[in-house]
Ligand binder design. Structure first.
Ligand code: ATP
Ligand code: MG
Ligand code: FE
Length: 353
């Protein structure tokens, strides 16, 4: 099965071709991502209207490039998958409408994919990961633990009650004038800093639930930066290091709890934890999570970064998995800004032939 996948829910215009064989193994035949970073940089964050216009301008070219790079034409496709939500509605509409037009033109099914399901199933494309597994999704828009029991079978175990983790990195970077996106900048500065200089709060750390909260931490960082102003390079480095080590402590604790819960619910399985989203690129976080997994006799799976951040291959793959399980054409699906993974309409049964 050969699927075209389109992703336009945020600030990446992306298209990819993915093949799935009868054994359920996947292969990325092409994966084209055009980031709009430069278009949003001056605003310190993604501007929805600019994003939507840029998707309109670029998507056709990106789709053509994806087909070219895979050495395929429209007639070779068995289906077209596109993000139908959640995300910035203007961008989602652009991708979904384009996908509908292509699917209609070639007479193949359209699969409207939940963006979060794309992230959730990527490890099955890259590492052939078997169900059930635990997903930690930490990106610019999401911070959540999801139990992945099967295609369409998700339980959300925890989420952020305020900011997403990548968003917290971005906001801290903005306060310190480090540029956008902030995650990589904060990580770079943190390397030269003293993580013990500032003691920041660790919200919800003592609680049993698997939720996150990062907005209090963000405020504490701002107050510390204001108190230490004017900031020397060393001050900036120390703030970044202290912030990042606080994040690491929170993630370590939460991941340990999540793994323990997984092991209680599935005593006969080797616990697998998949990390996805842009924040997974952070080396200190990656090393800490590897250690937590090791201590729990669990396996940590981090797909290649190009497939952890937003891309079309994950959408194509989710579409391929659904099609293989009998998902019917969804050409009447609507774009939506919100679409939790544990919604009822994620279940495959609702769409079976
Ligand atoms: P979505 O939430 O819909 O997946 P997104 O585009 O915001 O969309 P990603 O592209 O997965 O998310 O990731 C971008 C986020 O990851 C940004 O917030 C960025 O600051 C953060 N990030 C990237 N590299 C690092 C890093 N090395 N350390 C920490 N955060 C990072
Ligand atoms: Mg992005
Ligand atoms: Fe994403």
């Amino acid at each position: 099965t050969i699927i075209l996948g389109i992703e336009t829910s945020c600030d990446e215009t992306a298209a990819a071709i993915v093949a799935r064989n009868a054994n359920g193994q996947g292969e990325v035949l092409s994966n084209i991502v055009r980031t709009q970073l430069d278009e949003h940089k001056a605003f310190g964050g993604v501007v929805p209207e600019i994003a939507a216009r840029s998707h309109v301008q670029w998507l056709d070219h990106i789709v053509a490039q994806a087909l070219d790079a895979a050495n395929l034409g429209y007639k070779d496709l068995d289906g077209v998958a596109a993000t139908a939500g959640p995300g910035l509605i203007g961008g989602v509409l652009v991708g979904l409408t384009t996908a509908k037009a292509i699917a209609r033109a070639i007479g193949r099914p359209l699969i409207g994919v939940n963006h979060l399901e794309g992230h959730a199933l990527t490890a099955r494309l890259t590492n052939n990961t078997q169900f059930p597994f635990l997903l930690l999704l930490v990106s610019g828009g999401h911070s959540q633990f999801v139990l992945v029991k099967g295609v369409g079978e998700y339980e959300r175990w925890g989420t952020t009650i305020d900011d997403a983790l990548g968003e917290a990195f971005d906001k801290v970077a903005k306060m310190l004038n480090l540029g956008f996106p902030g995650g990589p900048k904060v990580e770079e500065w943190a390397k030269k800093g003293d993580a013990n200089r500032f003691k920041f709060p660790r919200p919800l750390l003592k609680e049993k639930r698997l939720d996150f909260s990062f907005s209090g931490l963000k405020t504490a960082v701002r107050l510390a930066a204001e108190a230490a102003a004017p900031l020397s390079d060393q001050d900036v480095a120390d703030i970044c290091a202290s912030f990042q080590s606080t994040i690491v402590a929170v993630l370590e604790r939460r991941c340990a709890q999540a793994l323990e819960r997984f092991q209680e619910e599935f005593p006969d399985e080797v616990a697998q934890m998949v990390v996805a989203g842009g924040v997974a690129a952070n080396q200190q976080i990656g090393e800490a999570l590897r250690q937590v997994a090791f201590e729990h006799g669990a396996e940590l799976i981090v797909p290649p970064m190009k497939l952890c951040t937003d891309n079309g291959a994950m959408i194509a793959w989710a579409g391929a998995e659904r099609l293989a399980l009998g998902q019917v054409d969804r050409s009447n699906i609507a774009a939506r800004p919100r679409w939790p993974l544990d919604s009822d309409d994620m279940k495959l049964g609702d769409h079976h032939v």
